[in-house]
Design a binder for this molecule. Structure first.
Ligand SMILES: Nc1ncnc2c1ncn2[C@@H]1O[C@H](COP(=O)(O)OP(=O)(O)OP(=O)(O)O)[C@@H](O)[C@H]1O
Ligand SMILES: [Mg+2]
Length: 273
């Protein structure tokens, strides 16, 4: 493992992809990124930047939204994964935890977790993994018999991550785990992600608007704006980068500006001085 959390082995390689919705709306305009085995990689950017679209392109979930990868390639362990159905994708070792949690509200917490094991048949292994999930999420252990719809937002996010773990994934695509949660819960969830990464060797690609927390826990980050990667680097370097500090860290959505604005602002400053 290198300092930045990146190993020599690349699991996922997204190469210059373009995504179009409804045959006309060009949303990703040539996105490239790579996810190393055993790392936490963050995909950052504001509303509508293209984070969810990128994750869905990887897990082959665009089809149901009339979205299509029209250019570029997506490789997992060196094999092209485009066109695999979502279940085949799970077998490959990649699972996506959707934005907004999506629990089966009428099932109990435990029944929800067990739905994540649908591609597996060895019941002893499944029982062992259920206990593993409860070790990482003690709150879920306490609520195992509760109806998921009546648990808190934070607990539902934990159910969503726990259910993904039940498919024994190698790589977890996590979409906005912090969305709508109080800061203390966000901290709790990211700490569990870090534990799963360090102790279970789980690889993460997580999409986040919350740059601050994501760059504290991730090893490497990509910043997306309007469907393009405008910057990438080790999380530590991004945290210390003046532009990232000024435009992404500790600022509200309303206060966030674009890197393109930064560049023209710099040019204006040079002309004026
Ligand atoms: N099914 C769809 N059909 C048409 N346009 C879409 C569709 N889904 C997303 N878009 C558009 O694609 C762009 C990127 O959306 P996406 O959801 O990927 O952004 P995001 O970075 O995940 O944003 P957020 O942080 O708000 O979740 C947006 O302009 C959005 O309106
Ligand atoms: Mg999104």
């Amino acid at each position: 493992m290198l300092d930045s959390g990146r190993t020599e082995e690349t699991l996922l390689e997204v190469n210059n992809i373009e995504v179009i919705y409804n045959h006309v709306i060009l949303v990703l305009k040539g996105v490239s990124l790579s996810v190393p085995k055993g790392g936490i990689t963050a995909l950052l950017g504001g509303n509508g930047a293209g984070k969810t679209t990128t994750l869905k392109a990887i897990s082959n979930l665009l089809h149901s939204e009339r979205g299509e990868v029209t250019k570029g390639s997506i490789m997992y362990r060196g094999a092209n994964t485009q066109g695999l159905d979502p279940a085949a994708m799970v077998k490959t070792g990649v699972i996506q935890v959707m934005e907004g949690r999506h629990c089966f509200e009428h099932l109990t917490v435990e029944e929800n977790l067990l739905t994540g094991a649908y591609t597996r048949s060895n019941s002893a292994d499944i029982a062992r993994d259920l206990e593993m999930v409860y070790t990482y999420f003690p709150r879920l252990n306490e609520r195992r018999k509760s109806q998921a719809g009546y648990t808190s937002g934070g607990e539902q996010q934990m159910v969503a991550i726990g259910r993904a773990l039940m498919s024994r994934p190698e790589t977890i695509l996590l979409d906005e785990p912090s969305m709508g949660l109080a800061p203390q819960l966000v901290e709790e969830i990211f700490t569990i992600v870090k534990d799963l990464n360090e102790k279970e060797g789980a690889t993460f690609l997580l999409a986040e608007q919350n740059t601050n927390v994501a760059l504290r826990f991730a090893h490497y980050g990509y910043i997306l704006e309007s469907g393009r990667v405008v910057m990438d680097g080790p999380a530590k370097e991004l945290r210390e980068n003046p532009d990232v500090k000024e435009f992404y860290l500790g600022m509200s959505d309303e206060g966030r500006k674009s890197f393109r604005d930064v560049r023209s602002y710099r040019r204006r400053k040079r002309w004026l001085s």
